[in-house]
Design a protein around this ligand. Structure first.
Ligand code: PLP
Length: 287
């Protein structure tokens, strides 16, 4: 790629894009200023007025708002599907269905999607698949070997890894690349080279960090599952999780993000637990 003008990329942003595409096994990647931008730019790259879109019911809530409030203005309709639908998604496809959007595991509730089953159906119908792969990062889920066309990431989380960058990335299979590159350019998306530099440096230790998150998340999940206050631990790496078999089949690891469901307790007791934590602080995100 040639350096022409900052908006179109710099040597540092090109390097980061190349590293991300290589890590996930994609053709090319582009950077955007946030994880949310990776979702909106990817969707806008494939949808036209009159199209229909299928979105997993458990997506990151701002993805849903973008579909309901923004895409609706362009006469694009959306249906939310059960993330556990697997290959039966075929029954939800309409003549105007253009995109299937997945996020696995689902935000907050951690349902693991049968991505190969969904992408197989999508291919048969000429439908583009987009996966929010933030939880796994390019290390723990290889989207393109599971048939995904476009993988989107909040680089704000594990890719940059130190709570000091907000960034997104869109990684594409070869046949999806032209649409994404064109839309990215038309919408004037770019990131500064300093943020790209910091993220490139973080990626050098991504595997060390993620393997530690995997080990510690599993240990903590196992410990929490023994606690009498905890009704359920929503962690796909634990054998009792309903999505464990799919996770074991398709994923190469788990990051440190999972949820717990508590037995009913008073609001005061929950507040005392959260406010009394010494190792964890309350945060607005997981970056
Ligand atoms: C699964 C997922 N995707 C995308 C995003 C959006 O990332 P950003 O905050 O960089 O816009 C988030 C943020 O929490 C997320 O959890």
């Amino acid at each position: 790629r040639k350096v022409i003008y900052g908006l179109l990329g710099t040597p540092t942003t090109f390097d980061l894009e190349e590293v991300l595409a290589d890590l996930e096994g994609g053709h090319e990647a582009v950077l955007v200023p946030s994880g949310l931008a990776s979702i909106s730019v990817a969707l806008l790259s494939f949808l036209r007025p009159g199209d229909h879109l299928l979105v997993a019911d458990t997506v990151y809530p701002p993805t849903r708002s973008f579909c309901d409030q923004h895409l609706a203005r362009f006469d694009i309709t959306v249906d939310y599907y059960d993330p556990l639908v697997g290959g039966e998604i075929e029954s939800l496809i309409q003549p105007a269905t253009r995109v299937i959007f997945m996020e696995s595991p689902g935000s907050f509730t951690f349902e693991v999607q049968d991505i190969p089953a969904i992408t197989e159906v999508a291919r048969k119908h000429g439908i583009t698949t987009i996966l929010d792969n933030t939880w796994s990062t390019p290390l723990f889920f290889k989207s393109f070997s599971h048939g995904v066309d476009v993988s989107v990431h909040a680089a704000t989380k594990y890719l940059s890894g130190h709570s000091d960058v907000v960034m997104g990335a869109i990684i594409c299979a070869e046949h999806a690349w032209d649409n994404v590159r064109r839309t990215h350019r038309h919408l004037g998306q770019c990131v500064g080279p300093d943020d790209a530099y910091v993220t490139l440096r973080s990626i050098r230790n991504l595997s060390t960090r993620l393997n530690a998150h995997h080990r510690q998340g599993m240990a903590l999940g196992q410990w929490l599952s023994q606690r009498e206050e905890v009704a359920e631990v929503l962690h796909p790496g634990l054998s009792e999780h309903p999505g464990h078999a799919l996770w074991q089949r398709d994923y190469l690891g788990a990051c440190g993000l999972f949820s717990i469901v508590l037995h009913p307790k008073s609001r005061e007791a929950v507040l005392a637990m959260v406010n009394g934590m010494e190792l964890f602080r309350i945060g607005a995100s997981w970056g």
